[in-house]
Design a protein around this ligand. Structure first.
Ligand code: SF4
Length: 229
């Protein structure tokens, strides 16, 4: 597994917990709005951080941190992710994973072996638009499988969508809500153009606060909890 970066302290990445965030390198998607191109495009990879250094740091913070967030890139593309998380678990931390759901079998392994306590899964678009939105050859059935697995995991979880106005219509958002029907939590994230994989997306826009309020009102008819941030 390759760690492309880390954040030693966060109050916002693991709901209700004080955490550290570890960013893995590598992802099979190429979302144009991705704000971490240095974790996605091999030519932009920065020097990696050693696993030993990270584990030593976490060992020294056992009493200050509640949980560790494994983010990316896409963590589940790494076959040695379970070993890495096992070592974190041995230190007594809760583990949250941020995933795009593209590797359902690897996600299933983590859930079945009690290696994750919280799953945050990105939903990029309605299923039929996935290939176009992720610029990848993803099998949409894999996304569907991951959604059902997360919903039935018994874990705390959230689904979330970064909303770029040009990419997702109000109808698209409702279609996503229908796919997530019965889920515990769905979060719409306003797209903020800080850094993007496709530079054209630095000019992209999102919806107004009032429009987001309206989307959430409608989506609440499909999921238990829906809010935007
Ligand atoms: S937004 Fe997430 S899934 Fe998309 S390219 Fe970036 S890291 Fe991969």
């Amino acid at each position: 597994m390759i760690i492309g970066g880390w954040q030693k302290f966060s109050l916002i990445d693991y709901p209700g917990k004080v955490s550290a965030v570890i960013f893995t390198q590598g992802c099979r998607f190429r979302c144009p709005f991705c704000h971490n191109p240095e974790l996605v495009v091999p030519e932009k990879f920065t020097e990696s951080v050693s696993i030993e250094e990270v584990l030593n740091f976490l060992n020294s913070r056992k009493n200050q941190l509640d949980g560790i967030v494994i983010s990316g890139g896409e963590p589940t593309v790494h076959s040695d992710l379970p070993d890495f998380i096992s070592q974190i678990k041995k230190l007594g931390f809760l583990v949250k994973i941020d995933t795009n759901g593209s590797c359902p079998d690897n996600l299933e392994y983590l859930i079945k072996h009690h290696l994750v306590d919280y799953v945050a899964m990105d939903i990029k678009s309605p299923l039929f638009k996935y290939k176009a939105h992720t610029n990848s050859n993803i099998n949409e059935e894999h996304i569907k499988k991951s959604i059902e697995m997360v919903k039935n995991s018994g874990l705390d979880y959230e689904f979330r969508t970064t909303v770029v106005k040009e990419q997702l219509s109000p109808e698209d958002l409702f279609a996503i809500g229908q796919t997530l029907s019965g889920s515990k939590r769905y979060i719409l994230q306003k797209f903020i153009p800080r850094k993007t994989l496709n530079e054209d997306f630095m000019k992209a826009e999102t919806y107004t606060d009032e429009e987001f309020d309206d989307f959430c009102l409608k989506l609440k008819t499909l999921v238990e909890e829906c809010f935007w941030r």
